[in-house]
Design a protein around this ligand. Structure first.
Ligand SMILES: [Zn+2]
Length: 156
């Protein structure tokens, strides 16, 4: 290892980094983090997309991107994450569209349940209409998700 490699690999160089505000330094997001950041309907547990699993972030990032930013999930690619974090206009726009879509789905599910008096199973069937080839696992996840949306609405 030459001098520069040693310098750049020096752990002391990470001293200025701040603890990740999303996962609190664990590198992954669990149900407690999701509840704390009120993203129960938008996130699933997994590797932390805010710090990319490192547990630490540049302090400047915390003022730039909110820790509870819903768009940044494990489902986005690393490249999309980096673009979004850098404030790339197209990535920011994709993030806005994504959030609008999620909010619209949540709204529709509530409407079907509370106004159209549909059951959870009927709502799932309505969502899946015109989307062939959805596997049993996804259908089960969707049932759980729809129930979660309804539960969150009845709690409020
Ligand atoms: Zn993190």
């Amino acid at each position: 290892m030459n001098f520069f490699e040693r310098l750049f690999n020096n752990p002391a160089n990470t001293d200025h980094l701040a603890q990740c505000p999303r996962c609190l330094g664990k590198g992954y997001v669990d149900m407690d983090d999701i509840k704390r950041l009120k993203n129960e309907l938008k996130w699933r547990p997994g590797k932390c997309a805010y710090c990319n699993g490192k547990g630490k972030v540049e302090p400047a990032l915390i003022t730039k991107v909110a820790a509870d930013e819903a768009y940044l999930t494990v489902d986005e690619s690393k490249r999309e994450r980096d673009l979004f974090m850098e404030g790339d206009p197209a990535a920011v726009r994709r993030g806005e569209l994504y959030k609008e879509n999620v909010d619209r789905w949540i709204h529709q599910i509530k409407e079907m349940y509370f106004e159209e008096c549909m059951s959870v199973e009927e709502i799932v069937a309505a969502i899946l209409q015109g989307r062939p080839g959805v596997g049993d696992k996804e259908v089960k996840e969707l049932l759980v998700y729809v129930q979660k949306v309804i539960d969150s609405a009845t709690k409020n």
